[in-house]
Ligand binder design. Structure first.
Ligand code: CAA
Length: 253
């Protein structure tokens, strides 16, 4: 779907150069959006590789370094982007980390580091973009949750809590903004072909893949497709929803 006929919407994607984020950037750009990938400052080679990956949508995807776990950093970054581009229309919170350990071994640091990125990061970005969206009367927020926020996973009390929290946050914000043209939804990926999943022990990963009805890991493109659907101009009646994209790994209604 190309929405180039609509005003050129500005989209921010956190974790924008990461496993899921870069494909989300590409598909949003292909849909006619001006995309800004936000991620931690990375080495020059990594940024160059990202630019190369985005060669087919060059000019419509740019990179901005930013630390989403830091409120002041988000505030300054978004103020600057709003000044340069006139506002943020679409926000995709795709930045996320794992700090897997069973609870009996989990350190407070593993708990807090994860919360600062996976949950505080969503607050920091939404808090600093929401007034602009409601004032202009248009916004699409898509927060990336996880199947493991729906089911829990052994070794992920921190991650599962944060990802379930992301959906609770999204439903609450959806109610606050529904009358202002701003929708807030979550996408809950299952296990995807990303470095995050590649880091899981091979035997554990093989067992997980065996339990996916579709019979394979998800691709970043599978997730990006769902994000673009929810971020579309004509998706204004879908809000507070969770869209699972997990190959049938967890089915519910
Ligand atoms: N399921 C069931 N039992 C498990 C288990 C599991 N996944 N992992 C460990 N155990 C069992 C062990 O067999 C062992 O049993 P015994 O005591 O009877 O021998 C016991 O639990 C060991 O417990 P430990 O506290 O010592 O745990 P550990 O250090 O061995 O393993 C872990 C911890 C490495 C985190 C491991 O549980 C694990 O790999 N879990 C899966 C993590 C995972 O799936 N992460 C997803 C990352 S990707 C992602 O998150 C993206 C997304 O959104 C989907």
């Amino acid at each position: 779907m190309n929405e180039a006929t609509s005003p050129k919407r500005v989209a921010l994607v956190t974790g924008g150069i990461g496993g899921l984020g870069s494909e989300i950037c590409r598909q949003l750009a292909q849909a006619g959006r001006q995309v800004i990938a936000i991620d931690l400052a990375a080495r020059d080679e990594r940024i160059a590789a990202f630019r190369q990956e985005m060669a087919d949508v060059a000019g419509t995807v740019t990179f901005e370094p930013g630390d989403i776990s830091d409120f002041d950093n988000c505030q300054q970054l978004i103020a600057r982007i709003e000044q340069q581009h006139g506002g943020v229309d679409i926000l995709v919170n795709a930045a996320g980390i794992t700090r897997d350990a069973s609870l009996r071994k989990m350190t407070p640091q593993q708990w807090h580091e994860l919360m600062q990125v996976n949950l505080d990061g969503v607050f920091n970005m939404c808090r600093n973009t929401i007034d602009g969206m409601t004032t202009r009367g248009f916004g699409r927020i898509v927060n990336i949750s996880s199947v493991n926020g729906q089911t829990g996973q052994f070794g992920q009390t921190n991650y599962s809590a944060a990802k379930a929290g992301v959906h609770g946050f999204s439903m609450a914000l959806a109610r606050e903004t529904a009358r202002k043209g701003v929708t807030v939804n979550t996408v809950s990926p299952g296990y995807c072909d990303t470095p995050m999943v590649a880091a899981v022990a091979e035997d554990v990963r093989a067992q997980i893949i065996a339990g996916i009805p579709v019979g394979r890991l998800g691709s970043p493109a599978d997730i990006a497709r769902a994000v673009c659907f929810l971020a579309a101009d004509d998706a204004g009646y879908i809000t507070g929803a969770n869209l699972p994209v997990n190959g049938g790994y967890f089915m519910s209604f």
